[in-house]
Design a protein around this ligand. Structure first.
Ligand code: FMN
Ligand code: ADP
Length: 314
């Protein structure tokens, strides 16, 4: 898979020599709806013997336009993860357009004439609600008019499950409400976060439950605070783990920053500094401020039983 960053208009290095079947969208999370858009583009590309490309943007448009302007946006798939998901789907070329002021100010006809046309398109595939500028003007309906006789458009209809639209917004909503099963169902894979294992306060080992503290970058969205059944990828091997996202309420009057701490079952290795991946599987409970360490330990034993039970069923 080849990846090129495009900065309009000064840096437009187009690497497809043949016309491209292009799936366009922001694709945060690469959920089942996104997979349908990109999967369609790939199938079409294979039939026509052309390369399959994806057009995406380097930041969420709302960081430039919306109420979250300038804020630290939290992604379901931050840039590196998104590329990994594109690769898994079988995409040949990824164009990442820099979504800056200049780019955001292109009018819909300019976006098509000056930007899209330079990508050498055969077909553009996008979801029914894709917009490439102001919501009321830059619609799929408008795109069909602007593209007429120059490239084909395939519009992918809305995908729903049990009456709910498969969307990044809904996945985020589920993760914020501990509804991991629903989030994973809509994503079509188990939601993940990753980062290096860092040092904590070395309390875990004194409880008999050492916890790998995973430093998850601020641009990755975490599920809501609580205790979860997870799997953790260490050195290319997945292990069952129980993981808390919380403030370690029992210690320091709960005045701790939010940390992600994984106790890995049947595991005794020093993994400081290693990059690990956590896969969220099931919500167990909320964090509790215990009166003493013994009560916390008793609860951790219960959590371990629940975690074992989860994996026994599999
Ligand atoms: C599965 C799991 C559940 C936890 N639940 C709680 C909890 O309910 N309340 C709490 O204060 N700490 C909880 N902890 C966090 C421990 O307090 C934390 O692991 C301990 O403070 C170790 O910190 P350290 O990494 O600095 O050594 C939990 C940790 C794990 C792994
Ligand atoms: N079963 C295990 N689960 C998690 N970490 C483990 C385990 N066994 C050993 N470790 C190691 O112990 C460290 C955690 O120990 P802990 O006492 O909680 O210290 P810290 O406060 O630095 O997290 C992990 O970062 C890892 O290197």
């Amino acid at each position: 898979m080849k990846v090129r960053k495009l900065i309009f208009p000064q840096q437009m290095e187009i690497i497809n020599h043949q016309p491209l079947i292009l799936a366009a969208g922001f694709f945060d999370g690469l959920h089942l709806g996104h997979q349908n858009v990109i999967g369609t583009a790939i199938r079409l590309a294979r039939i026509k013997g052309l390369p399959a490309g994806v057009l995406t943007f380097d930041r969420h448009p709302s960081v430039v336009f919306g109420p979250q302007k300038g804020a630290n946006y939290q992604y379901l798939s931050a840039p590196k993860r998104k590329l990994e998901l594109f690769r898994n789907l079988g995409v040949d070329i990824v164009y990442i357009a820099q979504f800056d002021r200049e780019f955001s100010q292109l009018t819909p006809p300019e976006f098509v004439d000056k930007f899209l046309m330079s990508l050498h398109l055969d077909t553009l595939v996008a979801g029914f609600d894709w917009t490439f500028g102001p919501k009321d003007l830059a619609t799929m309906k408008q795109l069909k008019i602007l593209a007429a006789n120059r490239f084909d458009i395939v519009e992918i209809p809305k995908l729903q499950l049990a009456g709910e639209k498969i969307s990044s917004t809904n996945v985020k909503k589920y993760l914020a409400q501990h509804q991991i099963f629903q989030a994973n169902l809509f994503l079509g894979y188990n939601y993940q976060n990753s980062g290096p294992v860092v040092h904590g306060r070395a309390i875990g080992r004194t409880l008999g439950f050492p916890t790998a503290n995973v430093a998850v970058a601020a641009d990755q969205l975490l599920p809501a605070l609580g205790v979860y059944v997870t799997r953790i990828l260490v050195d290319d091997c997945w292990y069952p783990a129980m993981t808390q996202i919380g403030r370690n309420l029992t210690f320091n009057q709960g005045q701790n920053p939010v940390t992600v701490e994984a106790n890995i079952l049947n595991f005794q290795q020093d993994i400081y500094g290693q990059n690990v991946r956590l896969e969220w599987l099931q919500y167990l409970r909320g964090e509790i401020a215990f009166a003493n360490k013994q009560q916390l330990i008793a609860q951790l034993q219960q959590d371990q039983l629940a975690t074992r039970k989860y994996f026994e069923k599999k």
